[in-house]
Design a protein around this ligand. Sequence first.
Ligand code: ADP
Ligand code: MG
Length: 225
Amino acid sequence: MGKMILQAKSVYKTFSNGKNNLSVLKDFSLDVVEGEIITIMGQSGSGKSTALNILGTLDQPDSGTITIGGKSVHSLKEDELSLLRNRDIGFVFQFHHLLPEFSALENALMPTWINQEKGMENRAKILFEQVGLLDRMDHFPNQLSGGERSRVAVIRSLMNRPKIVLADEPTGNLDEKNANKLIDLLGEINKDFHQAIVLTTHNPDVASIGHRQFSLENGSLTEKV
Ligand SMILES: Nc1ncnc2c1ncn2[C@@H]1O[C@H](COP(=O)(O)OP(=O)(O)O)[C@@H](O)[C@H]1O
Ligand SMILES: [Mg+2]
């Protein structure tokens, strides 16, 4: 078996809305090994975003542990956590969150500005070429189609060569053709760069790209066999 990249062990998460408590994750566990694609299928409201946010250290579990690269994240201070997120984790969200006042290239480079790394433009250009967007680098988000924006978001998630990409319903607001393109792209990236990917979706076709496929129901994962 390959190297363990990320491990969630018996995670519980409850939200309280006034009087009511909503148990979203109950004994949620997942091991992610280097280079594997994991897909998580679940209905709207099943806790997919909650789970990915916790895996990506953007939110904290009530109990249970998250280990990334062999390190428990719970002992890390906030600045160490932001460094870990920036270096080791790539995020792709459903609505992509590109900043409107920056070009596609600038949006892609943003994670590298935080690290103050130089010479990343070349890497960005290689990725833009790979996804067929070399001639769109200077376009602003409102000058790009939904499918193009989603590919820019994927480039952005890869800029720092993260060990793992967490993609939360990345095809959720795309038409079928663009959804398929994005899925192909994620598959290629996984082959070329050997990045592990954890992807959530409610679409069985999208889920089928997973080397291991899970469903999220009643707060925990069941592997599809
Ligand atoms: N910050 C929050 N406060 C209260 N309830 C929340 C919060 N975040 C999510 N929820 C609730 O938790 C459940 C799971 O949400 P979510 O993880 O976004 O589901 P999914 O991504 O699968 O659609 C939903 O019922 C949602 O309303
Ligand atoms: Mg969600």
